[in-house]
Every structure is written in structure tokens, then in C-alpha cells.
Ligand binder design. Structure first.
Ligand SMILES: *Cc1c(COP(=O)(O)O)cnc(C)c1O
Length: 375
């Protein structure tokens, strides 16, 4: 079957940066330093500055960024961590792997994100932290959530894996909580040529603990075989750091392109039965995903597919319904369940063209209004 509009186009981004980094790749390969070194330190410095925080620690992936942050905060057995159930499983899995208990909450029906009210209702005497997920590249109400968290004496950890460069009231996603956790999985807005991740924070001790945990428990300045505690191996490698530094120079331009295309979707789909997620005032949505909600979602996706248009679903099963996490489900979460049934993701990436946008919107309008030709 033909594909006129793929779901994403990573090679188009690679083509933009590859000529500039090819010599750096060659140099790194011939120098023989493949893990750590100057390119990693350089990327960490730039990423911290971009996020508006003092420290960034490169790690192996976004899941480790979340888990190591919790471990570095001393969160574990007997502790509860509040997690919105409308997220990728890694957010909740990190809590379980740290030894703590995820407490699932519902999300706002318009933004599909956690709200201060939902957080307040989930806090108990055992709550130690909340994972605020800036899902789709939208930014949750960090001011309100910060207030509730401060009053309860709990940490705010931001899962910003989908929100590189997103902002709320001039503040970058990942910079408002005790720590911000990023993924550089290839498909993310800032993606490596493999796995990668980072923890950003203003707290120098937290940064140092994450760095030591990610490097076999070696603390700053300790010798190669001096281990202060049992850590793990979760490092960002040299070639990924070179690629990420080159892509970071393009990130704002690519995000602007995503925003312009998202505005195009909003204009073209206004007045149709397709519901798009809301964006609160003061938010610069990074549009990792363009999420639409429709009835008969699977049928609509199938009709688009037959017209050569690829879509995704993020996510079809909310965390509290995933078999390994069901035992943590306590209350019904109707908004998450509705979203899992109706939401799907339209093609959205910097190199998507206006013509492709028109194709998607025409086909989608036909599919939801029952005018789509059936083969
Ligand atoms: C991608 C993602 C992660 C996990 O990142 P990996 O680098 O794939 O481990 C965590 N949370 C959210 C919301 C994500 O989208």
C-alpha cells in the first residue's frame, strides 16, 4: 500500500545535520573515545543552558532519567508517587523499579494532562513526589502543581520526554520541578541516532547523585575502581552527544515549524467533529504529537491508512490497565479511559508539507463525516 504521508520523517532531520557532523564523527571514532569525553560535557552544558537550569546529566535513555532521579531523591519502598495514567508506561515503570508505589490519577478532559486539583486529591501521608508529564509536548500547570506540592512537602519531578523546548509563562519544561527528565529516543523532538536521555536540575547535589548512580556509583573525582555505592551503567555516549549538539542548534526552528503545522491542523479541522487537545494560556506547546480525538477511532485510522496516511496512537491502554500495573489501580479514571479509546496522533514533523497537511485534513474530514469512499 502506498504512503503519501508517513507518520514521521527522521532521515529529513538527519540530512540537515549530517554534513556538519560527519567530520566530528570521524574524529571521535579515530580518537578512540566512545563514552563520555568533551562532546558529552559540551552537550550537557548546552542542554542545561537551553533548559534554563544549572546542571544537565546525560544518561542512557529517558526511562533511566526518571528512575535514577527517584533513586537520587531517596524515594523507594513505602513511598507513594503520583502519576497521571495517561502517559507512556515508562513514567509509572520508573516508580515501580525504584521500589515505590505509583498512585494513578485521571487527567483534565481538555488537555489530557495532570491538574493541581487531581494531584491534591491523590496526596496521602506517604506521598513523596509527583511525576508531572508534559504529554504530547504540552505543558501541565506547573505553577498550580508546584503550589500543591510545596504545601504537601513533596517533590515535583517533570517527565519532559515529549516536551523539549516547550514553555509555560516563559519557563522551559523540565526547569520548574526539582528535576526534569528528558528522552532523546530518535522519534522525540530532540532525538539521537539511538537511545539517550538527560536529567536537568538546579540542585548540584542531586545532579552529582544522578551522575554517580549512572556511572557505577563512582562519585566525582573517584578513581575508576572506587565505588561509593552500587549504581548502574547509564551513560550518554560520545557520538550521540555530537548528534544532539548539532540537532539542538536546529531545535527552535524545528519546533516553530511544528507549531505552524499544528496551527494549520487547528484551522483546517475547526468545525469538524475532530476534537483537538486544549492548550492553556502562556504555553508554548512543542507539538511532539498532534493528538486528535474521534469516535470510531480505529475505523477512522483505517480509512486514513487506505489513503496512504499513517497515524499513531499514544496511548491505546492507560497505565492503570496495563497488566503489570493493574494492581496499583484503585479508582476508575474515566477521562484516561475515554482518551485511550478515542485519541490518535496525526502526522506532525518539521518537514511535513502544507500539501500533506491538506491531504490529511481532507481525508480526516471525509472519514469522520462518513463521506470517505469505501474500497
Ligand atoms: C519516550 C518517553 C519516555 C521514555 O524514554 P526512553 O528514552 O524511551 O526510555 C518516558 N516518558 C514519556 C512520556 C515518553 O514519551
Amino acid at each position: 500500500m502506498r504512503t503519501d504521508v508517513p507518520f514521521t520523517d527522521l532521515p529529513a532531520m538527519t540530512r540537515e545535520i549530517w554534513p556538519g557532523i560527519a567530520p566530528e564523527f570521524t574524529e571521535a571514532l579515530l580518537t578512540g573515545q566512545y563514552i563520555g569525553g568533551a562532546p558529552v560535557a559540551e552537550f550537557e552544558r548546552r542542554w542545561a543552558r537551553y533548559c534554563g537550569v544549572r546542571h544537565a546529566v546525560g544518561v542512557a535513555n529517558g526511562t533511566d532519567a526518571l528512575e535514577l532521579t527517584l533513586l537520587a531523591l531517596g524515594i523507594g519502598a513505602g513511598d507513594e508517587v503520583v502519576v497521571p495514567a495517561n502517559t507512556f508506561i515508562a513514567t509509572a515503570a520508573a516508580v515501580v523499579r525504584a521500589g515505590a508505589t505509583p498512585v494513578f490519577t485521571d487527567v483534565d478532559p481538555d488537555t489530557l494532562l495532570l491538574t493541581p486539583e487531581l494531584l491534591a486529591a491523590a496526596i496521602t501521608a506517604r506521598t513523596r513526589a509527583v511525576m508531572v508529564v508534559h504529554l504530547y509536548g504540552n505543558v501541565a500547570d506547573l505553577e498550580g502543581i508546584g503550589c500543591v506540592a510545596r504545601a504537601a512537602g513533596i517533590h515535583v519531578v517533570e517527565d519532559a520526554a515529549q516536551a523539549h523546548g516547550a514553555e509555560r509563562n516563559g519557563r522551559r519544561a523540565g526547569s520548574a520541578g526539582i528535576a526534569g527528565c528528558f528522552s532523546f529516543y530518535p522519534g522525540k523532538n530532540l532525538g539521537a541516532f539511538g537511545d539517550g536521555g538527560a536529567v536537568v536540575t538546579d540542585d548540584p547535589e542531586l545532579a552529582e547523585r544522578v551522575r554517580a548512580l549512572a556511572n557505577h556509583g563512582r562519585s566525582n573525582g573517584s578513581a575508576h575502581y572506587e565505588h561509593e555505592f552500587v549504581g548502574t551503567n547509564s551513560r550518554l555516549d560520545t557520538l550521540q552527544a555530537i548528534a544532539l549538539t548539532a540537532k539542538l542548534a536546529r531545535l527552535d526552528e524545528w519546533t516553530d515549524a511544528r507549531i505552524a503545522l499544528a496551527d494549520g491542523y487547528r484551522k483546517r479541522l475547526a468545525g469538524t467533529p475532530v476534537r483537538l487537545t486544549g492548550v492553556e494560556d502562556g504555553v508554548r506547546h512543542a507539538y511532539h504529537l498532534m493528538v486528535a480525538r474521534v469516535d470510531r477511532r480505529d475505523e477512522v485510522r483505517d480509512l486514513l491508512h487506505r489513503r496512504g496516511i499513517r497515524t499513531g496512537v499514544h496511548y491505546p491502554v492507560p497505565c492503570h490497565r496495563q497488566p503489570p500495573l493493574r494492581r496499583y489501580a484503585s479508582a476508575p479514571l474515566p477521562v484516561c479511559e475515554e482518551a485511550a479509546r478515542t485519541q490518535f496522533s496525526l502526522p506532525l514533523y518539521p518537514h511535513l508539507t502544507e500539501e500533506q497537511l491538506d491531504l490529511v485534513c481532507e481525508a480526516l474530514d471525509e472519514a469522520v463525516s462518513g463521506r470517505a469512499p469505501r474500497e
